[in-house]
Design a protein around this ligand. Structure first.
Ligand SMILES: C[S@@+](CC[C@H](N)C(=O)[O-])C[C@H]1O[C@@H](n2cnc3c(N)ncnc32)[C@H](O)[C@@H]1O
Length: 224
């Protein structure tokens, strides 16, 4: 699954400056798992303890992992302070769309304080073309607070301070495998919610799995 993930950081790994790596809103980060062999310090940040516990368990299973270099921190970003370090790489994958554009502009300023010349910032966000984006719906920004354009990201990481080294807009329908995984996740999730009636379950699953056109923007910025 990790190998199948489009991950442009791989191409720039040799260009990373000295310093720790931080993944903010890491979940069970496939990005960090690619750094299992590194001697760098790794900061995995999430505000859900269960995510950190699963990630820690996964890292512990790897015989090459240097667990003493890993820090799993339950932090509510950006209200709580992040560990005060200067990072070589900051990963913000699938997290910024939980914030409004105004909040993202403030986050951009915080990122400046945590980086120095050469630091890289990797971002993945849902774009305006994301299948759930419907500006006519008054509740459009209830769950995802903002759907992005490349221009939005350039405002958050302005030219004077950041060089854009990578940019990609990806539109993709779910693969058969994505659908199978989502279907298995739905089974567990519906069971946890106490929904057991087979017809009710089937109708929710049908709706959820229909026409899920993913549309993301991925960017890497380098601090000037
Ligand atoms: C959609 S998942 C993305 C996980 C991972 N970055 C990825 O791309 O696969 C978002 C993650 O961010 C975490 N999260 C959401 N809001 C957060 C916040 N304010 N501070 C820290 N973590 C947060 C969630 O718990 C979840 O694990």
């Amino acid at each position: 699954m990790i190998r199948q993930t489009a991950n442009p950081i791989r191409e720039y790994e040799d260009e990373l400056i000295e310093g720790p790596i931080i993944d903010i809103g890491c979940g069970q980060s496939s990005y960090l798992l690619e750094f299992l062999n590194t001697d760098r310090e790794i900061y995995a940040i999430d505000n859900e303890q269960v995510q950190l516990d699963y990630l820690k368990k996964r890292v512990s299973q790897e015989k090459n992992a240097k667990l003493d270099k890993w820090h799993f921190k339950n932090i509510n970003f950006p209200e709580d302070l992040l560990p005060d370090r200067t990072y070589s790489l900051i990963i913000l994958a699938n997290i910024l769309h939980f914030f409004s554009i105004e909040q993202c502009l403030k986050i951009g300023k915080k990122i400046v304080e945590l980086t120095e010349k050469g630091s890289m910032i990797y971002i993945v966000v849902h774009s305006k073309k994301y299948y759930l984006n419907d500006p006519r719906n008054p509740n459009n920004n209830e769950y995802f607070k903002h759907y992005f354009t490349t221009k939005d990201l350039e405002k958050i990481f302005p030219k004077g301070l950041f060089e854009r080294v990578y940019s990609a807009e990806i539109e993709k329908m779910d693969t058969q495998r994505d659908k199978e995984i989502t279907s298995r996740w739905l089974d567990k999730s519906l069971k946890a919610d106490g929904i057991t009636d087979p017809r009710h379950k089937a109708s929710i699953k049908k709706k959820y799995l229909k026409n899920r056109g993913q549309a993301d923007i991925q960017m890497i910025f380098r601090r000037k």
